[in-house]
Design a binder for this molecule. Sequence first.
Ligand SMILES: Nc1ncnc2c1ncn2[C@@H]1O[C@H](COP(=O)(O)OP(=O)(O)OP(=O)(O)O)[C@@H](O)[C@H]1O
Ligand SMILES: [Mg+2]
Length: 265
Amino acid sequence: MQLSCSSLSVHYGKRKALNQLTLSLQPGEVRALIGPNGSGKSTALQALAGLAKPSEGYSAIDGVPVSSLSRRQLAKRLAFLPQQPTAPDEMTVEQLVRQGRFAHVGLLRSYGRQDEAAIEWALECTGLTSHAQRSLRELSGGERQRAWISAAVAQEARILLLDEPTSFLDIGYQIEVLDLVHHLSRERGVTVIMAIHDLNQAMSVSDRISLLAKGEHLFDGKPADLAKSGLIEDVFRVKGRFVDIAPDAPPHFDVELARRTALRA
Ligand SMILES: Nc1ncnc2c1ncn2[C@@H]1O[C@H](COP(=O)(O)OP(=O)(O)OP(=O)(O)O)[C@@H](O)[C@H]1O
Ligand SMILES: [Mg+2]
């Protein structure tokens, strides 16, 4: 499925958080959304998912505006994991993941074999099978984050929007989640857009990168071209350089830590 948006702008009161974002994601593409804190990444994802009302423009799935789809129609096509999702503390992991199936199970809430299989797989690929009966309150921050990823995966939508899915995870689970994203895109044709702060992870996992700064879409292109653009040092106010680490891999950004400390002093 193709996700796109055209001239999408979002205001909070008088302040413009997103200015005329135009994007087109090809089916099965992984897109990383990067940018400093407050640059509009979460706002862009919410607007793409139809959750933030745009002051201008629209987002669409296969050309159909998301605002014209019912909640159930939208949930069958698109899964969105917000930056700070909330659920009742006493809910168990399995109950949360089960909720991810709501668009599939109908009003009678009867779960069929396919639903059970999707739930089982979602728990397994996020390493939560043994935690299924634990309540969310009893989980660590990273485990809770994986439970939410699991719920989004169980939804089996063809478009996945993830807002910093790796932020609370240890390095092992960060890589697992990125591998899962890669698998979903390559094996199942899922289109993914995710906000992510780790530049090198963004470069290695994505087909294309979008860079936002102060609500402006400054770059849309391949990771290797971002490296050539010279934008990273300016936008993030750091010193560093891109180095080639392997012939087929995107360049790796080596930040100069001393310079960073000096900037912050
Ligand atoms: N609900 C809101 N009401 C008012 N202003 C908001 C609201 N949400 C975000 N903003 C403002 O909009 C701008 C963009 O915020 P957004 O959350 O989209 O940034 P972000 O790129 O996701 O940042 P981060 O990396 O910190 O998650 C910021 O200036 C922020 O202060
Ligand atoms: Mg954010």
